[in-house]
Design a protein around this ligand. Structure first.
Ligand SMILES: [Zn+2]
Length: 930
């Protein structure tokens, strides 16, 4: 197909554009279903190069849409278009008299509703029911710079040349910026592409390249095969100088200098596809023979699941040996690739019918990025990490008025901004938690069967949650009675979740009640919501957690439930492995009994996920005054016996809310508390052990970070000794450990340590590594004035200034006051370095979070009084910072007195433990010497 080439300047071209009538009235966003697209041929001639002159970043476009009439009395055709200028439009017969022109549309026939982003073409004659027609539109559009639709990004290659890439992001509703289309997920159609490109460029599309021809202008036309029937949001192409490598049907697409750095990603993609093929029992190749994983130098999302052409941020697929090939980077790659490939089934072959059901795709993708990846890459223990990474995150996001249900009412999700609202972490993370809860209750074989049945029935179709629930219900085990539709409703259409209150004060009897958990019960949220709660529990008499990890019954309809036991129960744990989506509040005696059980050998077989749950729940209960922080810390005493990553990670995630509010003196008492609780884990993980598991490696990173931050044990000294060793040998510590280690060595290290890092920073080329080093330089405890001087005198490049400054106060609680004074005394210079007073205000607001005394608050107030006018429109940020400090001070005065007393007491008590610590220190010293 040949495009009518426009060689006029854009302005001249615009004069030929059909003058489209503006639509007036209330916007109706949805399209009529009386016309459905069956296939599209998109023909694009983009002008991407500098040599294209004034036409650069415009596109001459053409689209042929085969439409089927699905209703009667059809007198107009409405489809989506946004920021596209139509230059001609016509309709032909595409059935009996194929090719016969029915209507050429004139100006008066076209109406455009800008708010609803809809174009309506008025017909002179009604269309035949069930008729097949060909709509042909010519238009001019833009290659955008906002990472939507068809957009361009630049990168610099290894030889220092500036390169330009054209690529797409059509989800959620940006396909309408690339070509006029029926841009709703339920309008599936086949797509093919014809792309004109410069000679040194190539095109990749959802499907394989079929043919390339020259058009005689030092350009070529690439023509691609037809895609499976799919929603518009999966349409994708890349116009670039990239290279592809792999097999005929499975390829990685990158810029040439990264071609050899994608081995890990390549294998992961291959293994993931094979695993999903086997698991879903619908082969990927049933729908599309081609799979490409492309790395974009700049992209709005970590990954996008375009069918046949997944596009990823470059650092997902590309690993720099020695820099970004550590465990955490690889885990990131695993998760994102498994996520996107699972979408080939959940999302692509079966699609949610509208955006209010978006979770039908994303909840499963988030679930599989853990649980399928866990099966193949067991060493990452992703199924175990799910609780601390996803469940705890979901429970924190879903406890405020700002949360949203998984399924929003249809009428609330109509406009572009309402559709954007569904792209919310709750959709992904809570969605995955609910899927996991259902999968566990059903047992894996039943769950697997349900989703296979669902995928098979709705292949190439659009679905609602009811379609999924039907198959869940068909495969639901019948052993325990439950109102399943109430269960689905509570967890997908209601917001929030409950706390299960456990009262075991009567011997042999446990009473349960429930209440919705909210961070602010006065924020207007509905407090009275209740939920069908699956009740699983284990006790010291029934401590096989795996065996009892299924609901013994459901708590619903009634105000309370009781469980009676034949014999007294010392400890009881509910919600085993935190499989179900709720928190558990234990009465004080039960909590103390649980703590005692955790102190027993092997923590009385209470799993790490439940230990992490207990900690996360307690911190959150303290946050809303359901318990005092003293209770939380008393419980944390058990950590003296804990070495597992999950409970420690839950602790380290929650601690800053408290530690940031402690004064300098109180920090010392807190350090003593850590001194006691961390000694076992610190000894267990060591500094130099190389055969740690992945989770132990993650744990060691956090443990050393906290230990050195509070100058515990011999942490500073060991970091410095190791630093000397690395310096001498000229090697670098492992990437997993590097930033923590550099920071820990620099904190108390001499000038030589700082200078060594500065030299490494100057020599380093990779931006991500430079950032790690500069943050570590900011950790310096006593050279912060020297470091700051380097920043404001321009010896550290401006683009690294924010990272260089932030770690100074976040990593050295003792220095916050001095650093605040130092920064504010140089505010003019600081603003210049940071690129203006708006950024300076952001920095002052951030450090304000670490101010903990009335004297420090006064320093901030005086600063704002004296210098506020400098900040002009950013001054409200400073006033807000004062408000935050004031709120934090009041919060600490109200909420922390008992904790502070407790910490003092435990400090005094720790003196008796000194002998033990001395012994540990001796053993560490021995390890260093050898
Ligand atoms: Zn996704």
């Amino acid at each position: 197909m040949k495009l009518c080439v426009t060689t006029l300047l854009l302005l001249l071209a615009l004069s030929a554009i059909l003058s489209v009538n503006a639509y007036k009235g209330e916007p109706v966003y949805r399209l009529n279903t009386n016309i459905r697209p069956e296939s599209y041929t998109v023909v694009l001639k983009p002008y991407l190069l500098v040599s294209d002159g004034p036409q650069r970043f415009t596109v001459d476009g053409e689209v042929f849409i085969t439409i089927r009439v699905r209703g009667e009395d059809v007198s107009e055709i409405t489809l989506n278009a946004h920021q596209i200028e139509i230059t001609s439009a016509s309709l032909s017969d595409n059935s009996i008299n194929a090719g016969r022109l029915i209507q050429t549309f004139s100006t008066g026939d076209l109406n455009y509703d800008e708010t609803a982003q809809k174009l309506t073409l008025k017909l002179q004659k009604e269309l035949m029911p069930n008729g097949l027609y060909l709509l042909h539109l010519e238009y001019v559009s833009q290659i955008r710079n906002d990472q939507k639709g068809f957009f361009h990004v630049n990168y610099t290659d290894n030889s220092g040349n500036e390169k330009c890439v054209g690529l797409t992001q059509a989800q959620p509703i940006n396909a309408r910026m690339i070509f006029p289309c029926f841009d709703e997920p339920s309008f599936r159609a086949h797509f093919s592409l014809e792309m004109s490109r410069p000679a040194n460029y190539n095109t990749v599309f959802n499907t394989a390249l079929m043919e390339t021809t020259t058009d005689g202008e030092e350009r070529f036309w690439d023509r691609f095969g037809s895609s499976p029937a799919m929603p518009t949001y999966l349409f994708a192409f890349i116009l670039s100088e990239f290279v592809s490598h792999g097999s005929d049907t499975y390829k990685i697409v990158t810029r040439v200098e990264h071609e050899n750095k994608t081995d890990f990603a390549y294998k992961v993609g291959e293994r993931a596809t094979n695993a999903f093929n086997e698991y879903f029992q619908i082969p990927y190749k049933k729908s599309i023979s081609y799979m490409q994983l492309a790395a974009a130098p700049n992209f709005p999302f970590n990954g996008m699941e375009n069918w046949g052409l997944m596009i990823y941020k470059e650092h997902v697929l590309v690993h720099e040996p020695g820099y970004t090939d550590d465990w955490s980077n690889k885990q990131f790659t695993l998760s994102i690739i498994f996520h996107e490939i699972s979408h080939m089934w959940f999302g692509n072959s079966v699609t949610y019918n509208w955006w209010n059901h978006f979770w039908l795709s994303e909840a499963f993708a988030r679930y599989f990025e853990y649980f399928m990846a866990h099966k193949l890459y067991y060493e990452y223990r992703l199924a175990d990490q799910f609780v601390v990474n996803e469940m705890h995150l979901a429970l924190s996001l879903d406890a405020s008025k700002s949360t949203q249900p998984l399924t929003s009412p249809d009428e609330e999700i109509q406009s572009p901004s309402e559709i954007g609202y569904k792209f919310n972490t709750v959709t992904y993370t809570k969605g995955a938690c609910i899927i996991r809860m259902m999968a566990t209750i059903m047992t894996q074989p039943n769950f697997d069967k349900a989703i296979r049945d669902y995928l098979e029935e709705f292949l190439y179709k659009s679905t609602t949650p009811a379609d999924l629930f039907k198959h869940i219900e068909n495969n639901w085990p019948t052993a325990t009675p439950i109102d399943l539709y109430q269960f689905f409703y509570d967890w997908t259409e209601q917001v929030g979740y409950p706390v299960l209150f456990v009262n075991a004060s009567v011997e042999g009897v446990v009473t349960l009640t429930q209440e919705r958990f909210l961070y602010d019960s006065g924020d207007g949220s509905n407090k009275s919501l209740t939920y069908v709660i699956p009740i699983s529990y284990a006790t010291e008499h029934e401590r096989d957690f795996s065996k009892y990890n299924f609901p013994r019954f459901y708590f619903w309809k009634v105000d309370n439930m009781t469980i009676s036991f034949d014999k007294p129960v010392k400890w009881i744990i509910f919600n085993l492995f935190q499989t179900n989506y709720y928190r558990v509040f234990y009465d004080r005696t039960t909590l103390l009994n649980i703590k005692a059980a955790l102190m027993e050998p092997h923590h009385s077989e209470i799993p790490a996920a439940n230990r992490a749950q207990l900690i996360d729940d307690l911190f959150n209960f303290a946050r809303v005054s359901m318990v005092d922080y003293e209770t939380v810390f008393q419980f944390l005493e058990y950590l003296a016996n804990e070495t597992d990553y999950l409970p420690w990670h839950a602790t380290f995630t929650n601690l800053p809310r408290v530690t940031q509010r402690l004064t300098r003196q109180q920090q010392k008492d807190f350090a003593e508390f850590l001194n006691i609780t961390m000694v076992k884990v610190y000894t267990h993980l060591g500094f130099t052990l190389t055969n740690l598991t992945i989770l132990d490696t993650y744990n060691r990173n956090e443990v050393i970070s906290w230990a050195c931050k509070y100058h515990l044990f011999d942490c500073d000294k060991r970091a410095q000794l190791l630093f000397d060793k690395f310096k001498k040998s000229g090697t670098k510590p492992a990437p997993d450990f590097r930033e923590t280690f550099y920071c820990s060595a620099t904190r108390e290290g001499t000038f030589a340590y700082y200078q060594t890092l500065k030299n490494r920073f100057d020599d380093e080329k990779l931006v991500s590594e430079k950032k790690k080093i500069i943050r570590a330089m900011g950790c310096t405890g006593h050279l912060y004035e020297y470091h700051f001087d380097k920043i404001i005198s321009g010896l550290i490049p401006k683009e690294y200034a924010m990272d260089a400054i932030t770690s100074m106060y976040t990593q050295n609680p003792d220095n916050v006051r001095s650093i605040f004074i130092m920064l504010t005394n140089s505010i003019e210079k600081l603003a210049e370095i940071l690129g203006g007073y708006s950024n300076a205000a952001n920095l002052i607001s951030d450090i304000a979070n670490y101010l903990t005394t009335h004297e420090q608050k006064k320093l901030l107030e005086d600063f704002v009084k004296t210098n506020g006018t400098l900040f002009e429109s950013s001054v409200p940020k400073l006033h807000h910072a004062i408000y935050v400090v004031d709120t934090n001070l009041k919060w600490a005065e109200k909420r922390l007195p008992r904790l502070i007393k407790y910490l003092k007491k435990s400090n005094a008590a720790s003196i008796s433990s000194l002998t033990a610590f001395s012994l540990i220190f001796i053993s560490f010293s021995h390890e260093i010497c050898c």
